[in-house]
Write a protein of this length. Sequence first.
Length: 379
Amino acid sequence: MGRPDRTARQDAALAAVASALVGGLLVATSVGHRWSVAAVTAAVVVGCLVGLRLRLPTPVLIVWLYGPPVASLLDWLGEGVVFLVIIALMYLILREDSARLRVAAGVLAVAVPSGVQLVVHDDWGWPFWTGGLLVTWVSAEQLRRYRALVAELEATRERLAAQAVHLERRRIAAELHDLVGHSLGVLLLHITGARRRIEDDPAGSAEALRRAESIGRSGLAEIRRSVAALRDETGASLAPPMTAADVPALVGATAAAGCAATLEVSGSLAEIEPITGLAVYRVVQESLANAARHAPGSPVRVAVAVRAGEVDVMVGDSGGPGRSRIQGGPGGVGLVGMRERVEALGGTLAAGPVGPGWRVRATLPRAGTPVPAPAESGG
């Protein structure tokens, strides 16, 4: 995994500062080799500083950072210079993305104390320096893994945030489709009825227009409540605006608009939990709107069965002139929104032609526990 330039610059800067501090301590404590230690430290510090600006090949940087301390050890065996090799090793492990080059840098560094022992033939603490270099190598590799994990978690967080925004946009789109689509569908039914009866039945036309106005105001108020909840405005109710108990009124309003809709209820709608009740209401709402749009004049049967652990909803019509076209094409936004809403609660939805008509059937659990959305694969 590649590292950001900012992290690479920080590693080089820290390595340069650490090398300068170690070199300063060695100069202060050495007696006859101060200038040699200063030169070795300067070479290592310059090599790290070059890493701030240039992306040198790792083999070149290995020779640059290891060469002066090793030459110093072979010349006069200043044990403290091994600290510069330790710093250079950690910097190279953190800098290099190639596993082979990291292994090469680690093996060379770990071999320095024993190699000096073999060449100089001096009894010094090379086993301890070898252990220190091994610990440095392992620690640097662990730090690399930690950084990779942090980067992966950050990328996952960004993907989840983007997915949450995407899912919320889809939810808002489905909610607006349900609110506006049904209200406009019933509104148009009333206006159509009023237009047809305006000459023969002025009073009936006026009543149809009054109902259309009432439905329009009710739909606008529901949209405003939903927008207020989305904006998190003070005083906005977080409870679902509609529940299963509102289904009879919904079917009644559709029937009053001229659509022959009937309702059969088994069990108590008031016992359905609010989140499940909202899904039941939206399924019935969208199904009635689709029936009015694609099978005008066709009788529509709505059946809701409330059982011990689930709620079964069925909406079916007897067919109409538009059904042959709908059956031959893909499902619209409303069908996709219904399916997503039901499946989000752990339920199932089936929709399709039944004879000349169309039927929608949804089964939802009474608990209405939302199901987590699957994580989208990252690029």
